[in-house]
Design a protein around this ligand. Structure first.
Ligand code: DX5
Ligand code: ZN
Length: 224
């Protein structure tokens, strides 16, 4: 199981994205939070911004859509060349159809679950997705505290992935630090989004290395 560290540019300097991306080039993907001020009470950036990031980023883009009506908007991000496009389960009634469309365009398709959303309905649909994002804070803002009560969802997902042998990445997002990453890794996450703990560090590259090492050494199922 690979470990992936995806810094969130929500915590970067909004006036200097290109140089901020250069500071995190030892990461795996760059996490881009799209918020519409409707699905969540905050507004970030949209497709035009992502098209430009796609041109300058040394890392593939991991798009997290916190928006209503993803059927309308998500395909555009896949068409822009994003490596991964994740929409929220709570924002759609047709998650499988949308995931199929994203895959058809050539992106990895992800589904995100807010902390209060049950995972059960998705366990038997895992072959339709390339990633499940278990939100470890309420979506909308960076800098919040990790919600450990979301961990049972990861454990359920990890055992289903093991049972089926599918290549589905299990992502956590929100409050991931050098401490909380160990909890999430043990519960079964393999893909870690970190905003403030990476961009707030004096040396983001060193912090990425530390997160990677902590996650790997606390990997689910590892006997220590
Ligand atoms: C929250 C976003 C996160 C956010 C994480 O709604 O989806 O990606 O940037 O920020 P930290 O790591 O600061 O909790
Ligand atoms: Zn996010």
């Amino acid at each position: 199981m690979a470990t992936r560290i995806n810094p969130s540019i929500l915590a970067a300097d909004f006036a200097n994205f290109e140089s901020e991306l250069f500071r995190i080039r030892s990461a795996d993907l760059v996490h881009v939070d799209i918020m519409d001020n409707h699905f969540v009470p905050n507004l970030t950036f949209g497709l035009g911004m992502v098209e430009r990031l796609q041109q300058v980023s040394p890392l593939p883009l991991d798009i997290h859509l916190m928006i209503d009506d993803p059927e309308r908007w998500a395909p555009g991000y896949a068409e822009a060349g994003a490596y991964s496009v994740t929409f929220h389960a709570e924002a759609t009634t047709e998650p499988v159809a949308l995931a199929r469309r994203l895959r058809q365009i050539g992106a990895r398709a992800g589904i995100a679950l807010k902390p209060g959303t049950d995972v059960t309905a998705y366990l038997d649909l895992l072959d339709e997705f390339d990633q499940v994002l278990v939100m470890t804070v309420e979506p909308g803002f960076g800098g919040q505290s990790f919600m450990e009560e979301t961990m049972p969802k990861l454990s359920q997902l990890r055992s289903q992935v093991e049972k089926t042998g599918l290549d589905v990445w299990l992502q956590v997002d929100g409050g991931i630090t050098a401490q909380t990453i160990e909890i999430a890794a043990r519960a079964g996450a393999d893909t870690f989004v970190a905003g403030s703990s990476v961009f707030g560090a004096e040396n983001p590259a060193a912090q990425i290395g530390l997160l990677r090492e902590r996650a790997a050494s606390h990997r689910h199922g590892r006997v220590t």
